[in-house]
Design a protein around this ligand. Structure first.
Ligand code: SF4
Length: 177
């Protein structure tokens, strides 16, 4: 089985991608790096829920430091952009770059992200950033469009079956409005 680092933003969004990657003969290693999440209480809820689910599925879980300034520094000047705009591209780039660096550290050749499962996100925009990071780091970004084949619907079903916490906004303080 090939290993792949799966960047994950929360448990509901990770549920179906984990299932699909295993079906595709990968061993996913979940990586939680999301300094965009506001406030810290929300961050902890999402992290703990994902950790709990990974334990249940016997999937390795790793967390990188929660450092909101990493995010605010990167999106500076783009705070009032609408969702799917430049602020989101910068946010994807930041999180995927850290994910690829983690893959290098673990000697894993592939990475991808759960972010594409959401119907509120443009997968092409995510993939563009993934490929930029691939070119920069040499770690191969796999363009998994997890929302395809009812991926979002299945992820919500798994979330319901597992009584998962489901957030009502993407993550950053600007997406709350
Ligand atoms: S809306 Fe979501 S993807 Fe866009 S900047 Fe905020 S947290 Fe990141």
């Amino acid at each position: 089985m090939k290993e792949i680092v799966l960047h994950a933003c929360c448990a509901p969004c990770a549920s179906y991608p984990i299932q699909l990657l295993i079906k595709d003969n990968f061993r996913p290693v979940v990586f939680f790096y999301n300094p965009n999440i506001y406030p810290f209480e929300e961050y902890k809820i999402r992290r703990d829920e994902l950790k709990r689910y990974c334990e249940k599925k016997s999937v390795d879980f790793f967390e990188d430091e929660y450092c909101p300034d990493d995010y605010y520094n990167v999106i500076k000047g783009y705070e009032s952009e609408p969702e799917k705009g430049q602020r989101c591209s910068l946010c994807f780039n930041l999180r995927l770059h850290k994910t690829a660096l983690f893959a290098i550290k673990k000697d894993i050749k592939y990475f991808t992200t759960t972010l594409s499962v959401s119907p509120h996100k443009n997968s092409k925009q995510i993939f563009e950033q993934g490929k930029i990071i691939e070119a920069k780091t040499g770690v191969e970004f796999l363009e998994y469009d997890f929302k395809k084949h009812d991926g979002f619907k299945i992820s919500r079903m798994i979330a319901k079956e597992n009584n998962m916490y489901a957030q009502k906004y993407c993550g950053c303080r600007f997406s709350i409005r």
